[in-house]
Write a protein that binds this ligand. Structure first.
Ligand SMILES: [Zn+2]
Length: 320
């Protein structure tokens, strides 16, 4: 009998599911909306219902499944299978996710933080090419990271390893949601890019479409900044250069510390593609020391939205 894995990527707006072979090949994919009403109390029952329904739908047998792996926001207690502090899910109290999912599906369950899981996915089936030392950074609304060193995902003593978004890149810089100043997330996430663009627009006196739109009070997005920079807009080019400087600084120091084979850049901001990668790499080369510069390379993520479900499923390989 072919043995399968289930990957679940729990997010604030959708829950993504996939059934995979134990080699990481996605065979079925589906998603449901995340119902965060009533303090998120519908989320776990919805996950159980959706998994049971699809196993029936595909005429599969529960005994076929090695396990279910899930990536979740919030702080994960992997030993007890609980999550706390996932505020975008309205989960204010401790959620006994593992016990509930195992009781509801009869399949073994394990989970980890969503950015760690996306990192595992890119490492296994994406740009990481199954290397033993791979770092992953996701540039979305915020910045997250997943670090795999000597074949193991790093968690740290309080589960905060890989929080690349809170690396200080500008002492006394912008105030971060974590309470600290100058965090990478405030400069290079989608919202950070916009913050940098608005501040630089105030000082800029040359001709620029980005400045006109910012001065007009129009909605600026990080995509607009990158698109205008690609078309040569003088201010947008400077904004992108500054953002890439901060990324090159943080990733250079990450590489100086861990010396991974690759640092994979994913998330919405990475849609700027090679244009972004080249400029980050320029500064990365400046901040990485020789041995690291010659052995660690920057890459763009390849799996897009599938990184979460694939990485989550890989967690369940531990039950094999
Ligand atoms: Zn911070």
């Amino acid at each position: 009998m072919d043995r399968k894995l289930i990957g679940v990527d729990l997010g604030g707006t959708t829950i993504k599911f996939a059934i995979l072979t134990d080699n990481g090949e996605v065979q079925q994919k589906w998603s449901v909306e995340t119902n965060i009403l009533d303090e998120g109390s519908h989320i776990v029952p919805d996950i159980i219902e959706s998994i049971n329904h699809h196993i029936d739908l595909y005429n599969m047998d529960k005994a076929q499944f090695i396990g279910i792996g899930m990536g979740t926001p919030g702080t994960v207690d992997r030993e007890n299978g609980t999550v706390v502090g996932a505020y975008n899910l309205n989960w204010k109290t401790t959620q006994h996710v593992k016990a509930d999912v195992e009781a509801g599906t009869g399949i073994k369950f394990t989970m980890d933080n969503d950015a760690n899981v996306a990192g595992l996915g890119e490492r296994w089936k994406g740009a990481g090419e199954n290397g033993s030392d791979v770092s992953f950074v996701t540039l979305g609304t915020g910045i997250g990271g997943g670090l795999i060193a000597d074949g193991h995902l790093l968690h740290g003593t309080a589960g905060a390893a890989g929080e690349i978004g809170h690396v200080t890149v500008e002492p006394n810089g912008y105030l971060c949601t974590c309470g600290k100043r100058g965090c990478l997330e405030q400069y290079a996430s989608a919202t950070g890019v916009v913050h940098v663009a608005r501040d630089m627009a105030e000082e800029f006196s040359g001709d620029s479409e980005l400045k006109r739109q910012a001065d007009d009070g129009q909605d600026i997005t990080s995509k607009l900044v990158f698109d205008l920079a690609k078309s040569g807009d003088a201010l947008a080019v400077r904004v992108v250069d500054k953002v890439c400087y901060y990324l090159g600084l943080a990733l250079g120091n990450l590489a100086n510390t861990l010396n991974p084979e690759s640092i994979i850049i994913g998330g919405g901001v990475s849609a700027a593609g090679d244009y972004l990668l080249k400029q980050v790499d320029h500064y990365f080369q400046e901040f990485a020391f020789t041995t690291v510069r010659n052995s660690t390379s920057l890459k763009l993520a390849r799996l897009g939205n599938d990184a979460g479900v694939i990485g989550a499923a890989s967690l369940a390989l531990a039950f094999k």
